[in-house]
Design a protein around this ligand. Structure first.
Ligand SMILES: [Zn+2]
Length: 138
């Protein structure tokens, strides 16, 4: 799991086995499982609440990694509801949104995973994986 600091090009989205976790399911960690679209390796990444990931803002700040438009166009994030802008301009499910980069251990293909985590309403904590996308460095 790493942060991304150079410009990238989103190539394609890959399917994740399970993309929504709530309450007890995320008391320890949530598993992101996806098959590498290059070599077929079954990747299994653990998201640990409050530990894993980097703020999504780091990607579109100064358009350093991706532009807001690229993030929206690829349905990676949505524009945040006006009353929840304290979570950032672009979010998943109107909750604090994070990302991480991950390389397939078998072939080295690079992926970006975007997810949000937080209390949706009192007593309901949600972790939503927006998706996993294969990317290339430009
Ligand atoms: Zn691979």
């Amino acid at each position: 799991m790493y942060s991304i600091s150079k410009k990238i090009l989103i190539e394609k989205q890959v399917a994740v086995e399970k993309d929504s976790f709530s309450n007890a399911e995320i008391s320890q960690s949530a598993a992101v499982k996806f098959k590498c679209c290059n070599c077929g390796y079954e990747n299994n990444v653990k998201i640990i609440p409050y530990e894993s990931g980097f703020p999504i803002f780091q990607l579109y700040n100064d358009e350093k990694v991706l532009t807001k438009n690229e993030l929206l166009r690829n349905n990676i994030v949505s524009e945040t509801a006006v009353n929840l802008l304290h979570f950032g301009e672009l979010t998943v499910n109107n909750l604090p949104t994070l990302y991480f980069g991950i390389a397939c251990p078998a072939c080295g293909s690079k992926y970006i995973c975007v997810f949000s985590y937080g209390e949706k309403q009192p007593g309901l904590t949600l972790l939503t994986i927006s998706g996993v996308w294969k990317y290339n460095e430009i």
